[in-house]
Design a protein around this ligand. Structure first.
Ligand code: HSE
Length: 424
């Protein structure tokens, strides 16, 4: 049987999981794929810890050049995370004619165009299934399973940390800061959680998905990003009472005026599939013209779930090596226009705090003057003498809503602005 040697750079949670899954299920993978995968080299910072976790046949060192310079290695895995030295390592492996598998969404979001172009020129394959939504094979869904479809939109819960925090805030009615502390204690949030809670991690993943779905170059700067740090649990409770759940969504949509990509807290109807994705779980809904809407659900992080995606890539690359056919994504679509956030349309939940209820009619009139139709205005009990009001708009342009919010500033304090979407 054809055997492919693999070099692993990075032996943390995902690296050790990749070694574990690929050795534990080696026979099964070989039977199914007709190729044998053998991790022969590990590069990591803690050599001693790796030594106790791998077999004696595996060489271990601290210098990633050892993988680049090993001619017996056919596939180089990058699980170091971060931009450097991950980028230098990946580019050097490609230059050395090695196929690459990476789980690094930050690297691909920043340097994906360069990496895929270099791989294509060199005739090697870059696998990146684990970079988005952990173990859910969403990259293969977009590149293979739905290849016959014109993708119209996709929407996903693609950051488990944020979904855990939002689920807990709703279930237990606790504030954001307290829930974040719990997530850190349970190991669901990093000591420095900025990247997750400010939405950047989801934005990187969404950018990769959008490029695959619409064939446009990777451009993270074109994605609107709003995290969950400013959310007030009162909006989670009130949204629930109105039949909605709050989720941090990554949304990518094809429109006549360009492709929109945005990450922000979103109200989704409680009955929608996405609304019922709880805790650290991830899910992506994709709409294609042939299949219609389909949902992909599973674990978006963790050792074995992410390793499942890494090893799937290793297996695919090993099979491709036997036929000599590489297949890197093609981002050559000429429709590269991006829709500015101001031009996007959504329905809105707007919470206002008023000194008294007499101004409600004047506020309604200003919405009407800006062409923003209202579906409902709900008056809510407030803690003090003020009046709390939730305005539910019809579909409106972001720039029109922002204009109204300015226009009513003399009459109301705008306490929350949340977008509402229905991706059933
Ligand atoms: N911090 C990420 C998440 C890990 O919470 O989804 C997986 O990318």
């Amino acid at each position: 049987m054809h055997r492919v040697n693999v070099g692993l750079a990075g032996f943390g949670t995902v690296g050790s999981g990749t070694y574990g899954v690929s050795t534990r299920n080696a026979e099964l993978i070989a039977q199914r794929a007709g190729v044998e995968l053998a991790v022969t080299r590990v590069v990591c910072r803690n050599v001693e810890a790796a030594r106790s976790a791998v077999g004696p046949e595996v060489q271990i060192s601290e210098d990633w050049h050892d993988i680049v310079n090993d001619p017996t290695i056919g596939i180089a895995v990058e699980l170091m995370g971060g931009i450097e030295p991950a980028r230098s390592y990946v580019m050097a492996c490609i230059e050395a004619g090695k196929h690459v598998v990476t789980a690094n969404k930050a690297l691909l979001a920043a340097h994906g165009n360069e990496i895929f172009a270099a791989a294509q020129a060199k005739g090697v394959h870059v696998g990146f299934e684990a970079s988005v939504a952990g173990g859910i094979p969403i990259i293969k869904v977009l590149r293979q399973g739905l290849v016959a479809n014109r993708i119209e939109w996709l929407a996903g819960i693609i950051n488990g940390t944020c979904n855990f925090i939002l689920s807990k805030m709703r279930d237990e009615g606790v504030a954001f800061d307290e829930t974040l502390a719990l997530a850190q204690k349970l190991g669901y949030a990093e000591a420095d959680p900025t990247f997750d809670i400010e939405g950047y991690d989801a934005a990187h993943k969404l950018t990769i998905l959008a490029s695959l779905a619409f064939g446009v170059p990777i451009d993270t700067s074109a994605t609107y990003v709003e995290g969950i740090t400013k959310l007030d649990s009162v909006d989670i409770v009130w949204a629930e009472e109105l039949g909605y759940r709050l989720k941090l969504l990554g949304i990518a949509r094809r429109t006549d005026a360009g492709i929109e990509t945005r990450v922000h807290p979103t109200l989704v109807p409680s009955s929608a599939l996405l609304a019922n994705v709880e805790g650290v779980m991830n899910a992506v809904v994709v709409n294609g013209d042939a299949l219609g809407t389909s949902l992909y659900y599973g674990r978006g992080a963790g050792s074995d779930p992410t390793a499942s995606a890494v090893v799937a890539d290793l297996t695919e690359v090993a099979q491709r090596m036997t036929c000599g056919c590489v297949d890197n994504p093609n981002f050559s679509n000429t429709q590269t226009a991006r829709l500015p956030m101001a031009e996007t349309v959504s329905q809105y939940y707007i919470r206002l705090v008023l000194d008294n209820a007499d101004v409600i009619d004047a506020i309604k009139a200003r919405f009407a003057a800006a062409g923003v139709n209202l579906q409902a205005v709900h008056q809510r009990p407030a803690d003090d003498a003020s009046v709390a009001v939730v305005v539910m708009t019809d579909t409106a342009r972001e720039c029109d809503v922002q204009a109204v919010l300015k226009a009513i500033a003399d009459k109301a304090h705008v306490a929350a602005v949340l977008r509402r979407e229905d991706f059933s």
